[in-house]
Each structure stands twice: as C-alpha cells, then as structure tokens.
Design a protein around this ligand. Structure first.
Ligand SMILES: [Zn+2]
Ligand SMILES: [Zn+2]
Length: 380
C-alpha cells in the first residue's frame, strides 16, 4: 500500500467502494507491506501490533450495510488476545467474516447498556457456544448504574436467566460452562484500570450520555494505545484519559436536520437525541484537537454519501489532522511507525472456526421426554 494521498473521498463500501473513507489511509512509514484491501486469513498480525476492526459502525437501526455498535481489537501479544468493545446487533455476522476463532471472542467490554451496544451478547452466549466456544464462559466488563438494576451485573444475570430454555435444551450436548456469562461490574464514575493481562491494560472513564452509567475505554499495549468513546457528548474525562492516544474512535452524529432526514426521526426528536446524548462533527473535531491522536476515527454515524461529505466539510473547519470515517469492516493497523486504514474484503458465507479448546467437553445424548414416544412419527 502506497503512502500516496487520495484527493477525493472514496466511495462507501455498501455502494461498491473498497477503501477506507479517509484522505490519509497511511500515516507514517509502515515497516511492512500492507495489501490495498485487508483479506481475512491472509495477513497475520505482527508481534507488537494492534489491529482495530469496526464490526458495527451504525445505529439502533441495523442494516445490511451497517451493524450496530461494536469495535474489535486484536492484540499482537503472544496469546493474540481479542477484545471487543460493545457488541451491537449484527456485529457478530461481521465477526464471522474475519476467519477468527469462535472461542477467541470471549472478552466483551460494554460502554453502556443501550440495546444497540449489547444486542448480540445473547447470540455470543447462546449461539457461539454451539459453534465452537465449548470451553468456557463469556466474560463481560461494564459499568455500574445509579442503582443495581441499571448495572452490568444485573444485565448479565438477566441475560443468563433469559437463556434458561436454551441452556436446558443443550443439556448433555453443550458444555454448560460455555453458557455462563461472567460479569465484572465497575464504578462508572471513576477513571480506573478494569483489566490487565498478557501485556494488555484497559482503562475505563465516565462519559456524558443520556443518564449516568456510560463509559468509554482506553486500551494500552506495548507502547501503543487506542481510545474509544462509546456514545458520548464532549467530555473532560475522555480527553484526560485519552490524551495522545495513537487512535481515538469517537462517536459522531450528523447535525439534527441531516439526522432527521436520514433516520426518519422528527427534527425535534433528532435535536433532543443529539443534544442529550451525542456529538456533532464540529464538536468531534474540537475533541480531536484536545486529544491529538495520531489518527482520529468517526463512528456510530448513519452513513450516506451526502452525510460523509457534510461531515468532512464541517469537521475540516476545526480539525486538520488525519481522520477516518469508519464503516463496518474498516480495519486500522497500529504500529509505532505507521497507522494504516483499509476496508476488509470478506466472504459472506463461511463455516465457523472453533479454535483451540482450553477445556475438554464430551457431549452425551440425554433421554428424550416420555411424551415423544407417542408424538414422534418414526419415519427414520
Ligand atoms: Zn447510547
Ligand atoms: Zn449508540
């Protein structure tokens, strides 16, 4: 991949584009060759590298073009750890296109409990345990709320409970441990380290979004760093926690009139949503000026060609650093010398890759209910 700057923004991937939406696909000097498009399975992560892949770039209205909120981070440590920040509806279909092991996806960091940020947790627990994760639970980290029922622990217990029939139906065939959700709830109001293992450190910080109990995250590994706003209005805890990160992905909503036109919301409703909960392109630019990331990413944006050109125009009035408007399957490789932003070229229909199992489970057949004897038609 050349260090040449495109002069116009690439086409959106759902409209046939093959490149990341940025005028700076390569920032710095890469130490290895990167293919023009990221092709899953054909490009190993190098030691000490981070690879950030947007699994869901969109909104509460998931479409075939944009799944709801989710960002995956692959770590170039010995364990090749995978962490995912939010897991909105549809994001697991994008994970399934990356040729990564099913059972490697067991560490989820939730920014807040809006459904568009956690909708696929039910699938990760209930369904991924049937296609590869037979070796243990899903681990979920997330913030407390202002009362226990608004916190991550209650959410995890409730999802586990909601999967009671699914879990019972898998009795004998499926490792019950793989149906467990282990929730780690932390104080939403503090900036603090919430995870530290294998050279990876994750710090949470409070953000301003709707009500108390929303956070953003910063990940540090081997001198590299990645910041993630989740959903947020501009706020100091994020700026303080993320100052100088290599990549900051910050949410960005189009201005109210454009949001209303694109989403079908009334202008009043769009204005309230934006003012109470979200960040406009110009304000995102001001945040980037304070944080000064090597590369800035816009995210959680309802995308159309009109919106993209408007975003870049508005942002460009206040911020002139490198910026990527993320889409589903935008891939950002972070190293000390370069940050490379591309789109993945994926296949739509792939079999699951279970991954190396960490625990052995032998499935057994359990006797059927007695009433089946009379009900079943013995065609076989
Ligand atoms: Zn939200
Ligand atoms: Zn959201």
């Amino acid at each position: 991949m050349k260090n040449s700057k495109p002069t116009t923004l690439p086409t959106l991937s759902f409209a046939g584009g093959t490149k990341a939406i940025t005028l700076t696909p390569v920032v710095g000097i890469p130490q290895r060759e990167y293919a023009e498009e990221f092709i899953p399975g054909e490009e190993a992560l190098t030691d000490g590298e981070l690879r950030v892949t947007v699994l869901g770039s969109g909104n509460p209205w998931p479409t075939r073009a944009q799944s709801s909120a989710s960002v995956l981070v692959e770590v170039g440590n010995a364990e090749r750890d995978i962490l995912v920040f939010d897991l909105g509806t549809g994001s697991l279909a994008n994970y399934a296109s990356l040729k990564l092991p099913v059972n490697a996806l067991n560490k989820v960091f939730i920014t807040h409990l809006h459904a568009d940020h956690m909708g696929d947790i039910l699938t990760l627990s209930g369904s991924f345990s049937k296609v590869g994760r037979a070796d243990g639970p899903v681990y979920v980290w997330g913030p407390s709320g202002t009362e226990p029922r608004l916190g991550t622990r209650h959410f995890c217990e409730a999802i586990e409970e909601a999967l009671a029939w699914d879990t019972a139906a898998g009795n004998g065939a499926i490792n019950p441990d793989s149906m467990k959700i282990v929730g780690s709830e932390f104080d939403f109001s503090k900036t603090q380290v919430v995870y530290e293992k294998n050279g990876v450190k994750v710090t949470s910080f409070p953000v301003v979004h709707c009500i108390s109990g929303a956070v953003g995250y910063r990940l540090d590994f081997a001198g590299l760093s990645f910041g993630f706003s989740g959903d947020a209005r501009p706020c100091w805890p994020l700026v303080r926690a993320c100052e100088g990160v290599d990549v900051l992905i910050h949410e960005c909503f189009p201005p109210a009139a454009a949001l209303a036109a694109a989403s079908g919301l009334s202008i009043e409703r769009a204005t309230i949503a934006l003012n109470a909960a979200h960040t406009s392109p110009k304000v995102a630019g001001k945040i980037f000026n304070l944080v000064k990331p090597r590369v800035a990413g816009l995210w959680h944006t309802l995308l159309s060609p009109q919106v993209v050109s408007m975003l870049f125009a508005e942002l460009g009035e206040v911020y002139t650093g490198p910026v990527v408007q993320t889409q589903d399957l935008t891939v950002i490789n972070i190293t000390k010398t370069a940050i490379v932003s591309r789109q993945a070229k994926v296949q739509d229909q792939l079999p699951p890759i279970a991954g190396q199992q960490r625990a052995v489970f032998k499935p057994v057949a359990v006797p059927p209910p007695e009433w089946w004897a009379e009900a079943i038609i013995p065609f076989d």
